[in-house]
Structure formats: C-alpha cells, structure tokens
Design a protein around this ligand. Structure first.
Ligand SMILES: *[C@@H]1O[C@H](CO)[C@@H](O)[C@H](O)[C@H]1NC(C)=O
Length: 386
C-alpha cells in the first residue's frame, strides 16, 4: 500500500471516528492510538490521532478517565520523591504601606506549577484550561503566606482561579489574591527612610519530604505591572531568596520575596519642613524690633512655639507611638530650640534694660541726698565758723 492508499485509509478511519464520537453510543472508547511504522509522515499521524484538535467529547473523556482514578487526598507521587512545586508571582498592585499598623497590601497573581502524572493524557496535544470548579477535585499545594494578617482570593465575577493542564500532567495553578502582610518599618530615619518589606511563602503541612518549593527558574519568577505605583513611596528593587527552616514537625522550604522602597519626601516638605522653617525665621523678626515693644516680641515667640507644637502633634497622629527617636523629631526639636533661644534673647535684653533702669533711677535719687548732705555739712561748717 502506497502513501496515497494509506492517506485514503486514514481519512476513512477519521470519518468513522468522528461518527463514533458524535453518536451518543456508550460503546467503549475506540482505540485510535495506532502505531504506524516510522515511514508514515507526521501530517498523517497527526491527522489520524487528531493531536491538535480536541472536541468536546474527547476532552470530556479525558477528564472522566483521569478523574475516575484520582484521589484528591494524595499528593502526586505519593510515597516517592518530593513534588517540586515552582512558584511565580505577578504583582498587580502594592497598596498603602502603613506606619500605624506596620503592614502593606499587595494584590497579585500567584502561580504554582507542579507535575501530577496521574493527570497525564495522550488523546490530544493541546493544553487544557480548567476553571475554579475543578478546585475541589484536584490536589493543590497548601501554600500560605507566613507574614499575612489577612488574605482573600478575589471572587468577582467568579472565583479567580485557573488550572492549565499539559499533556504530560504538568499543572499550572493560578489564583488572584490580595493579602495584607506585616512589614515592620524601621522609622529611625523617617521621613528620609528606605524600607524593605517581605512576603514569605511556605507549605503549611507538607515538609521537604513531600513538597520542594522553589521559585520559577526562568528569571522572571517575579514580574510587576509597568505602572506599579505605591502611595508615598518609590520602588527601588526586589530580591528573591529561599531557605529551609526547621520546626518540630519537620523542615519546610520557605520562599522569600523582599522589595525595597524609598519614601518620597515631597509631601513632608510641604506639610512639615517648609512651615517649620518659615515659623523659625518668623521668630527671628523680633531681633529687629524695639526692645521696649514687649507685647509684639513675646507674641511672636509664643506664637511660633504654638505653631511648632501644632505641626508636631499633627505629625504624631500619622505615626505609631514607637519608642525610637525619628529624624523628624530631632529636626522639630532643633526648630523649637531656635525659637526658644530667640525668646530667651528677648528676656536677656529685657533684663539688661530693666536692671539698668532702676539703678540709674536710684542713683538719681541718691545724688540730691548727697548734695543735700554736702550742703548740710557746709552748713555745719559755716555754723562752726560763726
Ligand atoms: C502548552 O503549554 C506549554 C507551556 O505553556 C506551551 O509551551 C505549549 O506550546 C502549549 N501547547 C499548545 C499546543 O499550545
């Protein structure tokens, strides 16, 4: 039989197959996976085995076959070597980094990839995309975020989960979630500080003997949107690391994503630095005032102190009550000191003026008495002569 004859046979078999597939006959699945001798062109093979087409019935059969023997409670390769689970993250936004509650909010697409040979299929070459309804039916790794305070998977309009199954049983599982993660900020240099926040991923129950977590190794384990914008901060960079940690239940792989941000000082420049600088300069106006206009000089000094106190207490409202001394505290203290010195200068001037005044006054009183005394003396002398 030549190529032409074989092609004809293939087309005929394909027709029969389509006919069988379309009829709702519960007859056993026809076995189309024939082995041809190696001189048959791939085109024919593909045509015959329908490697690049997948109709509803074929996929339905794949899923039924695969899931019928599937035990969702057991991890892939149960009892054997640990399953390598590769993790990648696509960050879609990073929300407010809060100093008060020491945390930040991050929204991301969290992807995990592993191989579950129980799910492999040969009927087609295509990847199968499955949705959130498969979540209960398939085994998934039990990853959690170590430092998260709160997290949820988005569920509008349906739960944001997806599964992508490849013919060899490789599973890509993606969820879109938002988590609020703890991030302890070091505020010593506030507001000129750089911060680094972490996101730690770990398997909750499976030790390294069951699951080997690792970052996706193609260099883009972490990707971010182009227009990532963090309020009040500018993004500096990120690093990924992993380490093994030991608990009394066993040792676990921990994946750590760390990103560095720098605070943008502009808003503090407008809200704190410029007002305090101007207030301090205003308190120096009193140096050019007449020393006798005490009302004006004292008012300027005290008002400056009040303005500084107000700015300081307003600033304190937006910051946690931590014991560390922040850079801005020292700055405001220095402003206070200058204003205080300018008030002190007035007090000194006042002292010089009023201490000089009464003494001269007293002297003026004393002089006539001395004159009178001399006069009396002279009087007495004159009296003696007489
Ligand atoms: C299935 O997915 C893999 C990995 O994403 C890709 O390389 C491959 O081309 C896909 N197969 C098909 C038939 O699209």
């Amino acid at each position: 039989m030549g190529i032409r004859g074989m092609l004809r046979a293939a087309v005929l078999l394909l027709l029969i197959r389509t006919w069988l597939a379309e009829s709702n006959d519960p007859s056993p699945i026809p076995k189309f996976h024939f082995e041809f001798s190696s001189d048959v062109p791939d085109v024919v093979l593909n045509l015959f085995n329908c490697k690049n087409c997948a109709n509803e019935v074929v996929v339905q059969k794949i899923l039924d076959r695969v899931l019928s023997r599937y035990d969702v409670r057991l991890r892939p390769n149960f009892g054997g070597a640990p399953v390598p689970v590769r993790v990648s993250i696509y960050v879609s936004s990073i929300g407010q980094i809060s100093e008060i509650s020491m945390d930040y909010t991050i929204t991301m697409f969290f992807h995990q990839t592993w191989k579950d040979s129980r799910l492999s299929y040969f009927e087609t070459n295509l990847n199968l995309t499955l949705d959130y309804r498969m979540h209960e039916k398939l085994w998934v790794p039990d990853c959690y975020f170590l430092n998260s305070k709160d997290a949820f998977v988005h569920d509008v309009t349906v739960e944001n989960r997806m599964f992508q199954l490849h013919p060899d049983g490789t599973m890509r599982y993606g969820i879109r979630l938002t988590t609020t993660a703890a991030c302890s900020l070091d505020l010593h240099k506030f507001p000129l500080d750089k911060q680094s926040c972490k996101l730690e991923v770990e398997s909750y129950g499976y030790t390294v003997e069951d699951i080997m977590l690792s970052w996706e190794d193609d260099g883009n384990a972490i990707r971010m949107t182009e227009d990532l914008h963090i309020p009040q901060f500018s993004f500096l960079g990120r690093t990924i690391t992993s380490k093994e940690v030991y608990f009394y239940t066993g040792s676990y792989m921990r994946l750590i994503l760390k990103f560095q941000v720098q605070r943008e000082v502009n808003s503090h420049l407008v809200q704190v630095y410029w007002p305090t600088v101007l207030t301090t300069i205003v308190s120096w106006i009193s140096f050019w005032m007449n020393y006798s206009s005490s009302a004006a000089r004292v008012t300027i000094g005290l008002t400056s102190i009040l303005v500084l106190t107000t700015i300081d207490s307003h600033l304190r409202d937006t910051l946690p009550n931590v014991s560390c001394i922040k850079a801005i505290d020292i700055y405001i203290l220095v402003c206070f000191f200058f204003v205080f010195l300018s008030l002190l200068e007035y007090v000194y001037i006042n002292y010089l003026f009023f201490s000089e005044g009464p003494r001269r006054h007293r002297r003026r009183h004393r002089r006539p008495r001395r004159v009178i005394a001399r006069y009396r003396y002279q009087e007495v002398v004159v009296g003696n002569v007489q």
